[in-house]
Design a protein around this ligand. Structure first.
Ligand SMILES: [Zn+2]
Length: 333
C-alpha cells in the first residue's frame, strides 16, 4: 500500500503525483507491475465526518457542505459517482484506519496549507482504498452563501479536495504573483484544481470549470458520453527533442473554454481528452518555477527553460476521436 498526501492551497506545498499516465490533466497514478495505472474509486465512496464544531462551522454543516461538493462533481455529464455519508465519528483525518474521514484539525505548522487529502492505494490495481481530507483550523472558515472575508470558503476548498480524493492532481490553468508578505496570490485561474486558492471571502471555486469537468470525465465518465467528445494528441519538442513537464493548453475558439494537460514522458507526448468537438488554439508553456512541486515531486526533472509557443495552426477536434498528432516546437528562453 502506498500512502501519499495531496496538498492543497493557499500555497499548496505538498506534491502529489507519483507517476502519471501520458494523458490529459494531471491524474494521480501509481506504478504497478503492469505499468502506470491511474488511481480511481471502483466502489461506493463512504465517508465519515469528524464530530467537532469549530469557529464558524459545526460538524453537521461540514457534512452538508461535503454532500454538496460530492454532488457537484457527480453532476458532470456521464460521471456517476456513488457516495454516501456514513456518520459522525471521533476518528481524525490523516489516520490510516481504513475509513474515509473528513474533518477539521489544528495544524498551525502547515502555515500555507488550507486543506489536504491523503490516500491509501492498492499498488497492484490503482484502486483507492482510503482517502481522508482535513481542513486546517489555523485558518478561519465560512459556509456563508455569499462568502465572508476574512474567512475561507469551505465549499470552494472542499470541492478542490474532493477532486483530489477522486483521483485528480493539480491543473496548471492559473496565474499567480508573489505577495510581499510571502506566499502567492491568484491573479486568475480557470480550474478549481489549480493548486493555489482564491483569497478569503471568494466563492468562485464552488463551480467547476471546463478543465475540471474534462479531468473528472476522463476518469469516470461512461463510454456513451466519451464517445461524443474528442481529444488532441501530440508532442512538444525543443530542438527536435521531446521533454517532460511542458504545460499544454487547448482553447475552444467558439466557447472560450480552456483545458490543460502536460507532457508526461521524455518523448514530450501529451494528450488532452474529453474535449467538446470544435476548433482549438493549442499552446505550450513552461510551468511557473515557484509552482513546479505543486504538480510533480522533487525527483522529477521538469524543463521550464523555454518560451511559450502556439501550435502553428488551429486544431480541429472531431467527435469521438482525435485529429492528426501535432508537434509544438518551442525554443529556449
Ligand atoms: Zn490541491
Amino acid at each position: 500500500m502506498n500512502r501519499r498526501l495531496a496538498g492543497a492551497l493557499l500555497l499548496c506545498g505538498l506534491s502529489v503525483t507519483a507517476v502519471t499516465t501520458p494523458q490529459a490533466y494531471l491524474k494521480l497514478g501509481v506504478l504497478t507491475p503492469n505499468g502506470v495505472v491511474g488511481i480511481r474509486w471502483t466502489r461506493l465512496i463512504q465517508y465519515f465526518v469528524t464530530n467537532r464544531d469549530v469557529n464558524g462551522v459545526t460538524a453537521p454543516q461540514l457534512q452538508a457542505t461535503m454532500a454538496r461538493v460530492f454532488g457537484t462533481w457527480g453532476s458532470v455529464p456521464g460521471v456517476a459517482l456513488t457516495h454516501g455519508f456514513t456518520g459522525f465519528t471521533v476518528s481524525e483525518p490523516f489516520v490510516a484506519d481504513g475509513i474515509n474521514v473528513v474533518g477539521f484539525r489544528a495544524r498551525p505548522d502547515l502555515e500555507r496549507t488550507l486543506a489536504a487529502a491523503t490516500f491509501e492505494i492498492d499498488n497492484r490495481t490503482g484502486q483507492i482504498i482510503e482517502s481522508d481530507i482535513f481542513f486546517n483550523t489555523a485558518f478561519l472558515w465560512s459556509i456563508s452563501a455569499a462568502g465572508q472575508s476574512p474567512r475561507y470558503d469551505l465549499e470552494s476548498v472542499g470541492l478542490h479536495e474532493v477532486g483530489h480524493l477522486l483521483g485528480l492532481g493539480h491543473s496548471g490553468l492559473g496565474e499567480t504573483e508573489v505577495r510581499p508578505e510571502g506566499g502567492r496570490r491568484v491573479l486568475a485561474k480557470r480550474a478549481v484544481m489549480f493548486p493555489i486558492a482564491y483569497p478569503a471571502g471568494n466563492i468562485e471555486d464552488r463551480t467547476l470549470e471546463a478543465d475540471d469537468r474534462a479531468g473528472i470525465g476522463d476518469i469516470y465518465a461512461s463510454g456513451a458520453v466519451s464517445a461524443g467528445l474528442g481529444s488532441i494528441g501530440g508532442r512538444v519538442t525543443l530542438n527536435g527533442t521531446g521533454f517532460f513537464g511542458a504545460h499544454v493548453t487547448a482553447l475552444n475558439t467558439r466557447t472560450g473554454e480552456l483545458v490543460g494537460g502536460f507532457t508526461l514522458n521524455n518523448n514530450g507526448d501529451f494528450a488532452i481528452g474529453h474535449l467538446a468537438p470544435g476548433v482549438y488554439v493549442v499552446r505550450a508553456e513552461p510551468l511557473d518555477d515557484a509552482d513546479v512541486t505543486s504538480y510533480f515531486d522533487e525527483k522529477t526533472t521538469v524543463n521550464i527553460n523555454f518560451k511559450p509557443a502556439y501550435y502553428s495552426s488551429l486544431v480541429a477536434v472531431p467527435r469521438g476521436g482525435s485529429g492528426p498528432r501535432i508537434e509544438i516546437k518551442v525554443v529556449s528562453k
